[in-house]
Design a protein around this ligand. Structure first.
Ligand code: UDX
Length: 446
């Protein structure tokens, strides 16, 4: 394998994990960022994000002298054979992906182009951005140095990001030349993955289509769950039953409080915007987005119904991050559910094993935070489950019952078996399944 000098611009989830994994397979990698604080944190061996296994892999590759961190982006560009753009493309007010950072990076690459380089976009960007990047590089380049552009979208999941990168399911490589395709395909060889060669535009579209499809699957099963509640069916069994059909598959059929995270909400909104820009009315994606938001609203209505009224009630919210094994709070259900509970007069006690510091930045002091699971539950009128952390899955139900003022659990992740909850004599409201009631009706409850 030819060792390449790879520069990764942007040390967010995608940049940091990809850069570290490229170093791990033997390349010489420089990860850079304009945020000097982040770079100095990384140089001291601290991670700006919580991701299992990342810290150890960064330390290993830094000590083996394959991984470097710098805020001197110009120098890192000049030294590279391959430049990965992995900066953020947040959702703008209109739902469109905000390309400010991508454009800034393209300009800096142009200004520092000093020989043939392959410029790869990893950030999720609207179709046509590859061409825009190329034209910005050309405009800002003094010389007429040759370069190629590649779209190589990222499919890693937070919480299992290292595993997803080292055992990549597929690599989509949309290159502007056969030479650039061969270079990036060669870089991916050690990942032993299936490579799909496409045009730049097709690769850009694949990323949106993949995330939109998965989001559609989730909103579909959440809609089915809402119907199950009305007709007395059990959505977990419906998922099992339909998932056995290989064409449907079991994954992404777990009904819940709706999807969150850094990709699905942003990418579905961006795809809606792309379709609209090109004059296409993509009704399906609009419905996916609407169902997802409604799922949070319906959930809070269930909490209210279970307690009669939320005025002055103490609610213990378990799980703040958008999913387990991450402290990422972007578009987490808790960001909608906690303010809605508060609007209805509830007092919120919140628990998360990792994400409290991040949560404070988003939710502020709309709730009190607890690092101890059972302290959060103590004296609450009901328990509300929002994230399927293993600590929450393994709750000691006897202890929970003794600590709660009323034995009520409203579970947005379907963590518990209905019979178990019946045996423990809880009122248990979950998603798309029949409500379990206590043997003696609880005062005020439905
Ligand atoms: C996702 C994609 O999976 C990944 O390929 C892409 O690169 C980025 O977006 P991620 O956001 O890390 O990854 O999380 P993922 O594990 O896919 O979950 C997304 C959301 O769907 C979470 O809010 C999760 O709670 C929810 N979900 C997932 C369900 O509600 N039910 C399921 O069955 C699966």
């Amino acid at each position: 394998m030819e060792v390449r000098k790879i520069t990764v611009i942007g040390t967010g989830y995608v940049g940091l994990v990809s850069g570290t994994c490229f170093a791990e397979i033997g390349h010489e990698v420089t990860c850079c960022d304009i945020n000097e604080e982040k770079i100095s944190l990384l140089r001291q061996g601290n991670m700006p994000i919580y991701e299992p296994g990342l810290k150890e892999l960064v330390h290993k590759n830094v000590s083996e002298k394959r991984l470097y961190f710098t805020s001197n982006i110009a120098k890192a560009i000049q030294a590279a054979d391959i430049i990965y753009i992995a900066v953020g493309t947040p959702m703008s007010q209109t739902g469109e992906a905000d390309l400010t950072f991508v454009k800034q990076v393209a300009k800096t690459i142009g200004e520092n182009l000093n020989g043939y380089k392959v410029i790869v976009t990893k950030s999720t960007v609207p179709v046509g951005t590859g061409r825009l990047v190329a034209s910005l590089i050309r405009t800002h380049s003094q010389s007429s140095q040759p370069f190629d552009i590649v779209s190589n979208p990222e499919f890693l999941r937070e919480g299992v990001a290292i595993q997803d990168t080292m055992n990549m399911e597929r690599a989509i490589i949309g290159a502007s030349s056969e030479k650039a395709f061969q270079i990036i395909a060669e870089v991916h060889k050690p990942f032993n993955t299936k490579i799909v060669q496409t045009s730049v535009e097709t690769a850009e579209m694949i990323k949106y289509a993949a995330n939109a499809f998965l989001a559609t699957k989730l909103s579909f099963i959440n809609d089915i769950a809402n119907i199950c509640e009305r007709v007395g069916a059990d959505v977990t069994k419906v998922s099992e039953g339909i998932g056995l059909d290989k064409r449907i598959g079991h994954q992404f059929l777990q009904a819940g409080v709706g999807f969150g995270g850094s990709c699905f909400p942003k990418d579905t909104a961006a795809l809606h915007h792309i379709a609209k820009t090109y004059g296409y009315d993509f009704k399906l994606i609009d419905a996916v987005i609407e169902t997802n938001f409604n799922q949070r609203v319906f959930f809070v209505e269930k909490v209210e119904a279970a307690l009669g009224s939320l005025q002055g009630k103490i609610i213990s919210v378990l799980g703040l991050s958008f999913k387990p094994n991450t402290d990422d709070m972007r578009y987490a259900p808790s960001l909608d559910v906690i303010p809605l509970l508060r609007e209805k007069g509830a007092i919120v006690k919140a628990y998360d094993p990792i994400a409290i510091e991040e949560a404070k930045k988003h939710i502020g002091y709309q709730c009190t935070y607890f690092e101890d699971l059972y302290e959060t539950i103590e004296n609450a009128d009901a328990c509300v489950i929002l994230t399927d952390w293993s600590e929450i899955k393994e709750l000691d139900l006897v202890k929970v019952k003794s600590l709660l003022r009323k034995p009520i659990i409203i579970d947005g992740r379907n963590l518990f078996d209905l019979n178990t909850m019946h045996e423990h004599d809880f009122m248990y409201v979950s998603i798309g399944r029949p409500v379990v009631r206590t043997k003696t009706p609880i005062q005020d409850a439905i």
